[in-house]
Design a binder for this molecule. Structure first.
Ligand code: ATP
Ligand code: MG
Length: 575
């Protein structure tokens, strides 16, 4: 297994450093191990997603911490589905979550479900009732809310709080037996209605819900609340360090209350900061809305911040782990620049991506003095960063495609690419000089004619003369076609949840987050592209094949453009 924590220091990508970024979670675990807080028990963690959506990159942080830290200390990690909300949970999500955790590079010790613990949780609830520490309440949800009080006012006891133990046992068993409709009764812990912590004001432990569960079917019609289920599940699995995000800090006293009053294995909860990324929304609820309202094409739309979206877009688990490791963990929520993630991804792809030549918006270039009917093959490196990637032969001929952007009939100042009378290099091939253009009736340029210098074979200057520009190209007679999907940020605002009054996050959507090109021309080797391969289309960006592809009908996704803006952001921040 790979530790998720190998990374850089100070988040500075220029300073490669394989030491783990220090974080307080690691420090606390190290201290607990040193003082033998759990005797000789191993460090046990868990990653506890609710199967109510696909995992997003925020979850990647939790996964890397849960699995990575346990691994560092020779411990173990369970994957536990926190499946206590039958109405929102589905098998599809259970499957996708397992796939995504594995893709990220981790494997669990045990696969667990909170629903497996329903019988034990029920027994423990009976124990709390018998100990006079839980009671059945007949107040409605609204009434319970009204009785709860506020941050400045204590709550009021429910009139049902002092029911006898026998009556509570009887009612709770009948709740379980299905005698009462949804919402008519709940089981509450009897703690303190005047506690300054609202979570301690007799929290609900069980609710009645006649709903089918994705695993237990119709066996249960009472379901435990998150707070009651989570800590007890940790305890059953003998979790030593239950790491979760900061919004649960206020729940920690309740977490401890249940464990202490049940006298069970003392798991401990530790909170860390949620990952927030600019221009990105990390909330399963919101992402589900995008899927349902067809704002995107599905959970794995390459614009989605889900792990499946990133995978489809061509991101790699290595880069995501490096990113997550480099930001560490702290006790205050902040926001991380999306450019930083992109930087790590470019760095990774620059090392691994095969190079290829692709013209996104083609313009035909005819070489007038190239022998008619001749073709030749130029040998090019598959990856200049990695000699072991070998070379390939790319066909060249007298008619090729170049990018429309690489030619200007009337060049603006400082335009060094092709224009009439100017000489440039066709990468790995020849020097060419533009001569004249052919236009259609509307005046659009349809062909550029040029001459080439046979002595510049390989793209080498024959006599020391220099050209200012090197361009990619694809031989017209050999080119294959493909659909190319270019992605941009899904939102226009760094904080997409910053919305005008009365509007929702959809008002911050970027209307141009997807651009589809249908006339791109690709070098023929790309006909053999595989889903798991990564490419750098030279001068254009990083790309990968999309699963929508079929033989003869290829679709490529742009993972990222080549331009890295992270160094600039770093410099500005440091200045
Ligand atoms: P969401 O609000 O997107 O549904 P969640 O917290 O409800 O997220 P869970 O399935 O309950 O999702 O999360 C599983 C684990 O992942 C929890 O420990 C949770 O704290 C953690 N987690 C979720 N989102 C983030 C995030 N943005 N950064 C770090 N950890 C996260
Ligand atoms: Mg949740």
């Amino acid at each position: 297994m790979t530790s998720g924590i190998a990374a850089m220091s100070n988040g500075n990508p220029e300073m490669q450093d394989t030491r783990p970024v220090s974080n307080f979670l690691r420090d606390q675990i190290a201290e607990d191990v040193r003082t033998k807080k759990y005797g000789d028990a191993i460090v046990q963690t868990r990653f506890p997603p609710e199967p109510n959506g696909y995992l997003h990159i925020g979850h990647a942080k939790a996964i890397c911490l849960d699995f990575g830290l346990a691994d560092e200390f020779g411990g173990k990690t369970n994957l536990r589905f926190d499946d206590t909300n039958p109405e929102k949970e589905e098998q599809e999500y259970v499957d996708s979550i397992q796939k995504d955790v594995r893709w990220l590079g981790f494997d669990w010790e045990r696969l667990c479900y909170a629903s497996d613990y329903f019988p034990q949780l029920y027994e423990w609830a009976l124990k709390l009732i018998r100990d006079g520490k839980a009671y059945v309440d007949d107040l409605t949800a609204d009434e319970i809310r009204q009785h709860r009080g506020t941050l400045t006012e204590p709550g009021k006891n429910s009139p049902y709080r002092d029911r006898s133990i026998e009556e509570n046992l009887d009612l709770f068993q009948r709740m379980k037996a299905g005698e009462f409709p949804d919402g008519t009764r709940v089981l509450r812990a009897k703690i303190d209605m005047s506690s300054p912590n609202l979570n301690m004001r007799d929290p609900v432990m069980y609710r009645i819900l006649h709903a089918s569960h994705h695993r237990t079917g119709d066996e249960w019609c009472i379901y435990p609340m998150y707070d009651y289920a989570h800590g007890q599940s940790d305890s059953i699995e003998r979790v030593t360090h239950s790491m979760c995000t900061l919004e649960f800090a206020d729940h920690q006293p309740l977490y401890r209350w249940y464990i202490e009053n049940l006298g069970i294995f003392p798991s401990q909860q530790i909170e860390f900061d949620r990952l927030n990324i600019t221009y990105t929304l990390l909330s399963k609820r919101k992402l589900l809305q995008f899927v349902q309202e067809k704002v995107v094409r599905g959970w794995d739309d390459p614009r989605m911040p889900t792990l499946s979206g990133f995978r489809r877009r061509g991101f790699t688990p290595e880069a995501i782990r490096t990113f997550v490791g480099s930001i560490g963990a702290s006790r205050t929520n902040g926001s991380t620049d999306i450019e930083m993630l992109e930087h790590f991804q470019r760095d990774d792809l620059n090392r691994r991506a095969s190079r290829a030549m692709v013209v996104l918006r083609p313009l035909k270039l005819v070489i007038d003095n190239y022998p008619a009917g001749q073709e030749e093959f130029v040998e090019v490196a598959n990856n200049p960063e990695d000699p072991s990637a070998g070379t390939r032969k790319v066909p060249f001929s007298g008619e090729i495609y170049i990018e429309q952007d690489d030619f200007r009939e009337v060049p603006p100042p400082k335009y060094y690419r092709l224009s009439p009378g100017k000489e440039v290099r066709l990468r790995n091939a020849y020097f060419v000089t533009a001569q004249n253009v052919v236009k259609d009736v509307d005046g659009n340029i349809v062909e550029v004619h040029c001459t080439y210098d046979p002595a510049s074979k390989g793209g080498n200057s024959p006599d020391g003369r220099k050209v200012k520009s090197t361009m990619h190209w694809v031989s017209a007679g050999h080119a294959i076609s493909a659909e190319i999907r270019l992605y941009d940020k899904l939102f226009t605002k760094p904080d997409p949840s910053d919305v005008e009054e009365g509007k929702d996050v959809l008002s911050n959507l970027n209307p141009n987050s997807l651009e589809i090109l249908t006339s791109a021309k690709l070098e023929p080797s790309l006909a053999n592209a595989r889903l798991e391969d990564h490419y750098q289309f030279e001068r254009v960006g990083y790309f990968c094949l999309d699963p929508d592809s079929a033989p003869g009908n290829l679709v490529f996704n742009r993972t990222l453009s080549l331009k890295d803006s992270w160094a600039k952001i770093e410099k500005k921040a440091g200045a």
